[in-house]
Design a protein around this ligand. Sequence first.
Ligand SMILES: [Zn+2]
Length: 587
Amino acid sequence: MSVIDDVKQKIEIIDIIGQHITLTKSGRTFRGLCPFHGEKNPSFYVYPEQQSWHCFGCNTGGDVFSFIMKKQGIDFGEALRELAQKAGVTIPSRFEPGAESEERQKLYQINQAAALYFQSMLNSPAGEKARKYVEKRGFTDETVKNFQLGYSLNSWESLKKYLAEKGYSEKEMLDAGLIIEGEEGKKSHDRFRDKLMFPIADTRGRVIGFGSRVLDDSLPKYINSPQTPIFDKSGSLYAVNIAKEAIREQGLVVIVEGYMDVITAHQNGFNNVVASMGTSVTERQVNTLKRITKNITLALDADAAGEEAMLRGVEFENALGAEVKVVILPQGKDPDDVIKEDAQAWPQLLAGALPVVDFTFNMVASGLDLATAKDKSLAVEKLLPILAEIKDPIRQAHYLQKLAQLVQVSERSVEAALSRLKIRPRRAPIEPKPEVAQPLLSNRLEEDCLALLLQHPEIKIKDDELLPEYFESSQNREIFIARQESAKIEELRDGLDPATHEQFDALLGRSLSPNRIAQKYVEYILRLRERHLRGLEAKIEAVLAQEAESGGKDAELAKLKELGIEVSIKLREVFTQKRQRQLEQGG
Ligand SMILES: [Zn+2]
């Protein structure tokens, strides 16, 4: 039995969730106020028999691991370690995060060593210029310490010599991007010289790379570490390690562009701010934050807030399964300026954040004369493709209405225009959807499907066909999510918590027949979806039966019944698809 299964067996979901919220027994289930959305009437249920939970208010659920992950904003590995401790299960040291490949470990170490070196240089006599600069920017000693700011000497080899003395090889320095290879026989040299240094850490606080800024007005103003096995700028967020707590507490993260913006914000008590370190936020960054909060506000530059940024906003919403908000900074100012001029202007600015789609409406409408036919169709032309991207059917319908009102035509003609865009209408409600955990430890169907996906990197997982919540085991779900993000086995394995490696290797090594791969994949999708829907149906029925007995509130019951109908419609769709496949195969 794996460590993960062992932990699952030894803990009782009621005990764990009961430590976080008050649960009342209600028939075979327990109910309480959902900790994930504000509510006065409890719609959060725990199912001891399946060792799972579900909230019908925010339509989300999972097993005990996913509860802890969501409640505390931590990743799978952290949740596992916490629960293992409670269960009295010892996790073998080979599963500790430190047991990562030696190469990666070395890279974290060398970056950490460099960060300490830069820090000490800032306090050395040679660091005077940098100290003056930091002072001029208004950063306090505490801030400098908190962000581990440093200084790289105006020298070609000082870091290189220091690291060599510490026993690091030149190859390791090169791999970490701390030195640059010399051209044609020349010696390699330090990448960062005479710069203010900003160590960049991952969510666990490990230094993965550096940002740096010149101390004068020369260009380029900023230089970052290159891409390395542990650092990818488009997937990292500056200060996420420092802001994590505040983000979780406030249930909101604000993404700004630059290092200085983040530091000034934090120094003024706005601790939920992180930086994208570039003009555009990436989906990978959104995915990193998703674990901590689903409420994201983008603080955009007045110039960068173009239509492209708007379209990306909807992409992020789809990835998050939640609305993304936008604030536009005053022309020519960045958050650093805004906060320095008047710290109270910042919360005021944020209070005016608009959902990204509403914002897009304003932007498009402001440049048009909507009394004219020409501009009406222009507005539709610009907005419709954006609305077509919205996955959540309710929100999509809302904005279609809004568009119809804006241009004062019937909703039907807007809808007709939408279907001409040939976007498949999506009837399914958006993520997150619940999973149904069963007491079964081995989960053959999930594993068969995952083994197929891991051994056939050529299979492209399309949006919506296979969802993470179809995987009832958190461990399998983690592996599936990693496979969604990358089909490259090495990369995929590295991205996973070491505690899941055992399972991962077993799946990769499972012997599969080489025939009918594509068909098998479709079959797995249908079977997993069917199982997921059946489980959901059973959960709804259990609650309905109980509520009917105890006389629950009519409105709530009606909502649940509606959900039940939705589920059975989708189940019928699955049956139809299965039948069609049988007919096609002549069976
Ligand atoms: Zn809820």
